[in-house]
Design a protein around this ligand. Structure first.
Ligand code: MEV
Length: 317
């Protein structure tokens, strides 16, 4: 039996914007691995094709909504690995502690976990870069044009500065080190969004209102560059402020919803230093920066009282 795992992630800065260029240069984003991951076990079976047992914890509706995309994704990873399942197939079992919800990189975590498990079972000899490339192919099943940030964090972990390669070239991936880990609250709106649909809507908006969108991209570029410096200098007050500013831009491009706005408002009121939607948006999750265990507990508790599921984690571990 082969096994593998992939980290969940939270995007601190740059969901959606990471898919675009500003003045001919790909815009960077910053994402951090979170403490939970998806695990995958692959075992050979006598019947052809693949069978899946998906025991990952998930918000209601997540798995059924993503089922068809998941099928394409698994096919993509298996094809990339060059494994012929026409005679002898495989059984894939997914589990782990990462709760599947839009925004935590659940799809990428499962792609990386599967790539690692196949690598283990079929002795493919892949290094992490090849695992990441396989996971990227899997991500294409969930939406045709992923930036690659989710699979990169799912594979390498840590805090990552990510910039897509231009004209199909490799991305720039740099690790950002925090002087010490810090606390984050992740809260789920309970709504599962389709990344394909939301990304498509934002792209249409960009094409219809070019100048307006260009201004947003410029504002975002300033935010992410300051964000990198803030992380390197461990200036968490600044990071919180910039997260709020990033969230305002995400409101402008229409990737929020009432539930997300309620959670963001509650988190900030309860003392979070910053709060924003993370990942695809229009549902999915909010991240709130809550340095210190006590603040983390307070903010998590307050959001939970409003009926939302919360998880606590640390980034930069
Ligand atoms: C999804 O986690 C992040 C998006 O920017 C899509 C992508 O980067 O592939 C919305």
């Amino acid at each position: 039996m082969g096994k593998g795992s992939g980290y969940g992630k939270s995007i601190l800065f740059g969901e959606h914007f990471v898919l675009y260029e500003y003045k001919g240069e790909a815009l960077p984003a910053i994402a951090a691995a979170i403490g939970s991951s998806t695990e995958c076990y692959v075992r050979r079976i006598s019947s052809p094709g693949w069978k899946l047992t998906d025991s990952r914890p998930a918000v209601p509706g997540y798995k059924s909504k993503k089922m068809e995309e998941q099928r394409v994704s698994i096919d993509n990873v298996v094809r990339f690995a060059g494994i012929d399942l026409s005679e002898q197939g495989i059984h894939i079992a997914l589990g782990g502690r990462l709760v599947c919800a839009s925004g935590v990189g659940a799809s990428a975590a499962s792609c990386t976990a599967l790539a690692r498990a196949l690598n283990d079972e079929f002795k493919l000899g892949w290094d992490d870069h090849q695992v990441n490339a396989a996971s990227f192919e899997g991500e294409k099943g969930y939406h045709g044009t992923p930036s690659g940030i989710d699979n990169t964090v799912a594979t390498f972990g840590g805090i990552v500065w990510f910039q897509r390669g231009t004209s199909g070239g490799p991305p720039t991936v740099e690790t950002i080190k925090l002087k010490e880990p810090t606390e984050l609250v992740i809260a789920s709106s309970g709504i599962t969004a389709s990344t394909k649909e939301v990304v498509g809507d934002v792209r249409r908006m960009k094409e219809e209102k070019t100048n307006w969108f260009e201004q947003i991209l410029e504002d975002y570029k300033n935010i992410v560059e300051a964000g990198r410096q803030g992380l390197e200098e461990m200036d968490l007050r600044l990071i919180g402020l910039l997260m709020n500013q990033n969230h305002n831009l995400l409101i402008e491009i229409g990737v929020t919803c009432d539930e997300i706005e309620e959670i963001v408002g509650v988190a900030r009121k309860a003392g979070a230093w910053g709060a924003k939607v993370t990942g695809t948006g229009r549902g999915g999750n909010v991240i709130a920066l809550t340095p210190g265990r006590a603040l983390q507990r307070d903010v998590a508790g307050t959001i939970e009282q409003r009926g939302y599921s919360v998880w606590t984690t640390r980034i930069g571990v």
